[in-house]
Design a protein around this ligand. Structure first.
Ligand code: MTE
Length: 326
């Protein structure tokens, strides 16, 4: 779906891939220079003290092809905002916490366990997953239930390509995703009332929809830890919490799985959680959203049904009462 470039956004605010490459080069140069100085001073990791966000930006490039499923026309949110305004409760509850703390996440070695209603349970190594299909760049709108949004150039391939390798049985009606959890690594998690690991789920037809992305990167580089390295789910027509980060297990199930935010407050966070401006959150409206990184006078956006992906996904919910199944 095409959305015109809003007139209130200066082209100077858009990060092009070239600007992005320059940005990375500049950061690497600064990091190198700072590290050399630090070595001379005998002070370890001086660069990281000045800019903790650097720690999580491995900067490793990924080969990508353009995807026909990309959404074009809207300015991309800057890398800085995408990587410094996060929800990743295992690393703290403030938006700035994951950029500071997620370097603790060990992203190699990494495997995904496949279990439940499958022909044979299997384990996939991240290196094999990275090579399974050509990685595509897909620009998607990213809408959080808290009524803020971004536009992110993700890198990955359709989750369906992975599911095909898992050989699910016909009895598999739902898929559950479980995130990495180690209370010694994610020491910010234990003080919270959440029962870990973070769990999310989709109906099988939602998981098989071509827009649902198995995601390995953003802005042409591997996922920064705070965005869910080394592999996460992205479901662009649903509120962001449906997109589990740093997944280590995929379970195929007959019944709808329990999910983290639904367990926390079932009346606030439904299982479906499709972006829907006509169904308000009990504590706030979902009709509008704030686009992160825009000047305050142009941040307000009208929220689109299914986050703007209605053409592609509305038919999945034919005959369903979307107010009841929110
Ligand atoms: N996955 C895990 N494991 N832990 C989390 O706290 N937060 C969710 C989702 N996935 C979360 C998670 C929420 S609420 C949102 S809005 C998105 O991740 C945020 O993704 P981003 O930080 O890359 O923007």
């Amino acid at each position: 779906m095409l959305i015109g470039k809003p007139p209130d956004i200066q082209s100077s605010e858009i990060t092009s891939p070239d600007q992005y490459a320059q940005y990375l080069d500049r950061r690497r140069f600064l990091r190198g220079a700072a590290a050399a100085g630090a070595a001379a001073l005998g002070v370890a990791r001086l660069a990281e003290i000045f800019d903790p966000g650097l720690r999580a930006q491995a900067g490793t490039k990924l080969e990508t092809v353009k995807s026909p499923l990309t959404t074009t026309g809207e300015p991309l949110t800057s890398l800085e905002d995408i990587t410094h305004y996060n929800n990743f409760y295992e690393f703290g509850v403030d938006k700035a916490d994951p950029a500071k703390n997620a370097e603790a996440l060990p992203t190699r070695p990494w495997t995904i366990r496949v279990e439940g209603k499958v022909k044979t349970p299997k384990t996939f190594d991240i290196e094999a997953l990275l090579k399974l299909r050509r990685l595509e760049e897909r620009v998607y709108r990213h809408r959080c239930v808290e009524a803020w949004s971004m536009v992110i150039p993700w890198v990955g391939y359709s989750l369906s390509e992975f599911i095909d390798q898992c050989d699910p049985l016909p009895s598999a009606k739902y898929v559950q995703f479980l995130s990495y959890y180690d209370h010694k690594v994610e020491k910010w998690a234990s003080g919270q009332a959440i029962s870990w690991p973070y769990s999310e789920g989709l109906r099988m037809d939602e998981a098989m929809h071509p827009l649902t992305l198995l995601t390995f990167g953003l802005y042409g580089q591997v996922l920064p830890n705070q965005n869910g390295a080394p592999v996460r789910i992205v479901v662009p027509w649903k509120y962001g919490f449906k997109s589990a980060k740093s997944i280590v297990a995929v379970r195929f199930l007959e019944k709808q799985p329990p999910t983290t935010w639904n367990d926390q407050a079932a009346n606030e966070y439904g299982f479906y959680s499709n972006v829907n401006p006509n169904v308000d959150h009990p504590r706030w409206s979902q009709k509008v959203e704030r686009r992160i990184g825009q000047p305050f006078y142009s941040q307000r956006r009208t929220t689109l049904m299914f986050n703007g992906y209605a053409d592609q996904v509305a038919s999945l919910y034919n005959g369903m009462d979307l107010k009841r199944n929110f």
